[in-house]
Design a protein around this ligand. Structure first.
Ligand SMILES: *Cc1c(COP(=O)(O)O)cnc(C)c1O
Length: 339
C-alpha cells in the first residue's frame, strides 16, 4: 500500500464522482452550451456573490488570466516572496502579461497592509513600474497552509481602493481556509475583484479551477482564456466532478486538518525533528535535525511506502487529503513514532 503525502493533488476521483461525471449532460462550452459547465459556473458565482464565474483547466491559467486582466505590460504586481504566481507558474506573469513582481518579505506567505503601502510605487514617479495589482494567497502553499487574518485582508482592500489597485486572491486552497476559520465565500467575494479556486486540490477532482469576478472583468476573462488556449468543448464531464465535490467534499476537509494536526503532534515529539511549523489546515512543514539528511530520510520512508516531498533547507512537507485514509494515518503515525 502506497501512502502518498506529497500533495493533495494526488487524489483519484471516487466512485460517486466518476458516476456524476459519466452521467453529465454536455455541450460545446465554447458556444457556452454546456449545461453542466454553466451550472458549475453559476453555482460558484452565487457562492461568492459575484455575477460571473469561468471554468479553467488549471489554477495556473486562472491566475495568469487574472493577472492579465488587471495589468498592462510594464506594470507591477505586489505579492509575497512565497507566492505561487511568482515561484511556481513558470515565470508566466512576465511571459504572459509582461509584468514584474514586487516581492514582500512576509511571514509564512502573509504580509500586512503597511507592507503593501511601503511597496506601492508613486504613480507620478515615471521611472518606476506602475503598481496595478495586489495578489494574496489563502491558504498559503509555501507558507505551510497558513490562513490569513481576515481583518488584515480588509485593511489591504482599503489600501487597494485608495490607490486604485486591483485585488486578486489565489484561492487554490481557499476551501481549507473557509473550513478552518469558519469563514464564508460571500465575505471573500465582497473583498476581492477576482478570485481563483481549485477543484483539483483538497476537493479531489481530476482537473479544474474557477475564476470569479465582476461582469466587466469576466468579459475579458473569456477572451484571455481563449488566447491562452483554454477554451474547451464538452467539459461538462469535468465540471460535473466539481459540482459533486462542492456537494460532498468541502465539509470533510476538517478530517484532513485533524489528521495534519495529529501528524504535527507526533513530529513535534520525534527526536529527528528540529522544528514543526504551526498547522492550521492540511499542510505540515517540518525541519529535520542538522545530523539527519533529508534525502536519506525521504528514501527511507519511501522504502516503507510513505511519500513526502523535500522543500530545501532540510525541510519536508506532507499534505493530507481525501485518499489518505484512517488506516493509512495509523500506519504513518506508528512509523513516525518508531523511526
Ligand atoms: C496548486 C496551486 C495553484 C494552481 O495550480 P495548478 O496545478 O495549475 O492547478 C495555484 N496557486 C496555489 C497556491 C496552488 O497551490
Amino acid at each position: 500500500m502506497l501512502i502518498d503525502l506529497r500533495s493533495d493533488t494526488v487524489t483519484k476521483p471516487t466512485k460517486g464522482m466518476l458516476n456524476a461525471m459519466m452521467n453529465a449532460s454536455v455541450g460545446d462550452d465554447v458556444y457556452k452550451e454546456d449545461p453542466t459547465v454553466n451550472a458549475l459556473e453559476q453555482r460558484i458565482a452565487e457562492m461568492f456573490g459575484k455575477p460571473k464565474a469561468l471554468f479553467f483547466p488549471t489554477g495556473t491559467m486562472a491566475n495568469q488570466t487574472a493577472i492579465k486582466l488587471h495589468t498592462n505590460p510594464g506594470d507591477q504586481v505586489i505579492c509575497d516572496k512565497y507566492a505561487h504566481i511568482f515561484n511556481y507558474e513558470g515565470g508566466g506573469a512576465s511571459f504572459n502579461s509582461g509584468v514584474s513582481c514586487k516581492l514582500i518579505n512576509g511571514h509564512r506567505g502573509m504580509f500586512t497592509a503597511q507592507d503593501v503601502v511601503d511597496s506601492i510605487n508613486p504613480p507620478d514617479f515615471y521611472h518606476s513600474p506602475l503598481t496595478k495589482l495586489v495578489e494574496i494567497e489563502n491558504t498559503t502553499n509555501k507558507g505551510g497552509g497558513a490562513c490569513w487574518d481576515f481583518k488584515e485582508l480588509q485593511q489591504i482592500k482599503e489600501i487597494c481602493t485608495t490607490n486604485a489597485l486591483g485585488f486578486h486572491l489565489d484561492g487554490a486552497r481557499l476551501w481549507n481556509a473557509l473550513v478552518a476559520k469558519k469563514e464564508s465565500t460571500e465575505q471573500y467575494g465582497n473583498l476581492f475583484d477576482t478570485i481563483s479556486v481549485c477543484l483539483s486540490k483538497g476537493l479531489g477532482c481530476p482537473i479544474g479551477s474557477v475564476l470569479v469576478g465582476d461582469e466587466a472583468v469576466m468579459e475579458g476573462a473569456m477572451r484571455i482564456r481563449k488566447i491562452f488556449g483554454g477554451a474547451m468543448r464538452q467539459v461538462g464531464y469535468l465540471a460535473a466532478a466539481g459540482i459533486y465535490a462542492l456537494d460532498n467534499h468541502v465539509e470533510r476537509l476538517e478530517e484532513d486538518h485533524a489528521k495534519a494536526k495529529e501528524l504535527a503532534q507526533v513530529l513535534t515529539k520525534a527526536s529527528f525533528v528540529k522544528k514543526v511549523e504551526p498547522v492550521e489546515t492540511n499542510i505540515v512543514i517540518f525541519e529535520l535535525q542538522e545530523d539527519v539528511d533529508s534525502n536519506a530520510f525521504i528514501s527511507n520512508f519511501e522504502a516503507q511506502g510513505v511519500l513526502f516531498v523535500g522543500m530545501g533547507d532540510n525541510k519536508l512537507r506532507l499534505v493530507t487529503h481525501l485518499d489518505y485514509t484512517n488506516n493509512m494515518h495509523n500506519s504513518v503515525v506508528s512509523l513516525l513514532q518508531k523511526h
